[in-house]
Ligand binder design. Structure first.
Ligand code: 6R9
Length: 647
């Protein structure tokens, strides 16, 4: 039996959407899709109002996606200007530095002034509408100013996560032909300085970059000096002194590009996911308001980095479009100590905390005390994103962090989707730990088998989406064919998510992980996430990653990498115990065949376990580990190879 957490009356009472309203609105959003989105479009200020709502075909020989396509607007003006004058003195951004003694409140007026001046600095560097600008930034307010400044003048930003290497940065500069990179001298994380400018210098030296890159704009974020190239480098603060404060927002077509964001696929080089202006901002605004049940005055915190789509939609664009107060944190969860997240909640009186399961599990590993030493009395809503949250972590988040009174919104979406597609709504959806629950308005989900046949009722299959929504990506930058091939070719006439999901008897969706992570053990389908979830439910296990490897008898065997909790000793007895544990939790078909103790797991810098690498290790295929440049700690891989289990 799955536990169910009913909606608490106090939450429903203040909520934008209650359960009956959800069902009524969802029905209307599907049956009268254009009317629904025509209405939602009004949450945005248009320069020229739209009369056309939607022009979409998911057929691969006629693929096109357009929303609000005869309207014009400016996204920056929607996030900043339109909140003046009423909210001029309200806080738009609370910035919390890596150093716990440093924070800053930025009002909507200050945001407006900063963004206008930043936009004029861009113009001073020759940036015009349609130009691509790469951001390689720390989590400082200037990152948000830079994004909004681009939007203001119609330049297309491409934010590259500050943890990516010079090579990765170079590839992304070349792919979108950026003529400007905005960076900082250093980024401060966990008390350490990370040399961003030095990485940009290294990227500039890589073949091909100088074909496009003309200048590097550097924000001063430390007192340490950096190497300087007079021909290319410009201090932001120096140009700032020369520019005007006035900068009109450029009128953009709804379908003009807003940003490019690179994301890895299962093969090939990263794809430049392109989002456009009108539909994206309508969708980001709607989902931020409903999923986080945002009310004026709430302090909302999304712990992501602006280098990921979550940072784009739910630190910058969604909250600011709604005139919210959004918290931006420069640092990491474990500095100066493991209470930092919760200290921030207390310091800034945070209502909503939106983070990732990987952070939750890492903090859970440290025990309850670092949480319990804080009050968290203002917290009323918790959120999760990025990977399936295992029930063990869910319960800890709910009971220990949320003191059993904060609903958890487990939000499923992708860089490609622009915003959240599946999630509980706090006042409308009874929760089941580990389920992203129900689709949001206008999102028509379906499950199909490998031949594309739609499955009905309780089922397990490929998660696909039958119709468009305004926040959907429009193309892969510079490679429209790749867009078609990746998302519209596996199954006819639908958007293929690449994820598997199960629908239960209550029509709740349970994401089972990437389709390529599903194992087939003796003909039984088994989600790696399911086995992992069972393992991490054991009190000695901090984290687990499960991959398949070729098995003579079963087809695929289960290879498990386990990180133990601090203070727990690995032993043969514990290995046997874990096998028994999984058999008990799921059944004998899920018995791990091989367990390897892992001091750490290979993760991307955004915290996703790189199963591709683990799969190769499990297969003894060390020659073809592929690109490991995006790993947070490449050394982890060497240890895993040295200590791999023989089969
Ligand atoms: C927003 C983001 C997308 C992939 C997606 C899925 C996984 C995201 C999830 C989830 C289960 C959730 N994913 N949210 N899986 N439950 N709540 O993470 O975008 O970095 O593009 O990743 O992440 O596999 O397909 P992105």
């Amino acid at each position: 039996m799955t536990d169910i957490y009913p909606v608490k009356p106090a939450v429903a009472e203040k909520a934008h959407i209650t359960e009956p309203q959800y069902f009524e609105m969802y029905k209307r959003s599907v049956e009268d899709n254009e009317a629904f989105w025509a209405e939602q479009g009004k949450r945005i200020d248009w320069i020229k109002p739209y009369s056309k709502i939607k022009d979409v075909s998911f057929q691969k020989d006629d693929l096109h996606i357009r929303w609000y396509y005869d309207g014009t607007l400016n996204v920056c003006a929607n996030c900043v200007d339109r909140h003046l004058p009423e909210k001029a003195n309200d806080t738009a951004i609370i910035w919390e530095g890596d150093d716990p003694n440093v924070s800053q409140h930025i009002s909507y007026q200050a945001l407006f002034d900063n963004v206008c001046r930043f936009a004029n600095v861009l113009k001073a560097r020759g940036i015009q509408k349609g130009d691509r600008v790469t951001l390689y930034m720390p989590m400082i307010p200037e990152a948000a100013y830079a994004m909004l400044a681009c939007a203001r003048i119609g330049a297309i930003h491409s934010v590259v996560f500050g943890g990516f290497s010079a090579e990765a940065l170079a590839g992304r500069i070349i792919d979108c032909k950026s003529k400007l990179v905005i960076t900082a001298d250093f980024s401060n994380r966990g008390g350490k300085q990370i040399p961003l400018k030095q990485n940009v210098d290294a990227a500039s030296a890589i073949k091909g970059v100088s074909d496009y890159l003309e200048s590097v704009l550097v924000i001063k974020n430390s007192d340490t000096s950096v190497a300087w190239n007079d021909a290319q480098d410009y201090w932001y603060h120096e140009i700032l002194e020369t520019v005007d404060t006035d900068c009109p927002a450029v009128e953009m077509d709804a379908e003009d590009p807003l940003f490019i964001l690179y994301t890895s696929g299962s093969t090939g080089k990263p794809k430049g996911v392109l989002h456009t202006s009108g539909g994206y901002i309508v969708y980001a605004s709607m989902t931020h308001q409903y999923v986080f049940d945002y009310h004026p005055g709430d302090i909302y915190w999304c712990t992501a980095d602006v280098g990921w789509v979550t940072g784009h939609s739910y630190i910058v664009y969604g909250p600011l479009a709604n005139g919210a107060t959004t918290l931006m944190f420069e640092g990491v969860p474990n500095y100066p100590d493991h209470s930092r997240f919760w200290q921030i909640c207390d310091k800034h009186k945070v209502q909503t905390c939106y983070t990732a399961p990987t952070a939750i599990r890492a903090l859970m590993r440290e025990g309850d005390e670092p949480v319990k030493s804080t009050s968290r009395e203002t917290l009323s809503l918790l959120g999760s994103v990025g990977e399936p949250i295992n029930p063990e972590a869910w319960h800890w988040y709910y009971e220990v962090v949320g003191d059993s009174h904060c609903p958890i919104v487990d939000t499923w979406w992708q860089t490609e989707t622009g915003g959240i597609l599946i999630s509980p709504l706090p006042g409308a959806t009874p929760l089941k730990p580990g389920s992203a629950t129900r689709p949001l308005f206008g999102i028509q989900l379906a499950l199909v088998d490998s031949d594309g046949n739609e499955l009905q009722g309780e089922a397990d299959g490929n998660l696909i989406i039958k119709d468009s929504w305004p926040g959907q990506m429009r193309t892969v930058y510079g490679d429209h064919q790749r867009f078609i091939d990746t998302y519209f070719s596996a199954f006819d006439g639908v958007y293929t998510t690449g994820d598997g999901a199960r629908r239960d008897k209550d029509d709740y969706y349970w994401i089972t992980g990437r389709v390529d992570d599903v194992l087939n053990i003796s003909g039984h389908r088994m989600g790696t996430a399911e086995v992992e979830s069972a393992l991490v439910a054991h009190h000695d296990v901090a984290e687990a990653a499960v991959v398949g490897y070729p098995h003579d008898i079963k087809g695929q065997g289960i290879y498990v990498f386990v990180t133990l909790n601090v203070g727990v000793e690995a032993s043969d007895a514990l290995e046997k115990e874990l096998v028994q544990w999984v058999r008990k939790e799921i059944g004998p078909i899920a018995s791990p065949d091989l367990i390897q103790w892992a001091p750490g797991l290979p993760k991307t810098r955004s915290g996703k376990i790189m199963r591709r690498i683990l799969r190769k290790i499990a297969e003894n295929d060390f020659e073809n580990l592929g690109d490991t440049s995006t790993l947070a700690e490449p050394a982890v891989v060497d240890d895993l190879i040295a200590n791999r289990k023989n089969r």
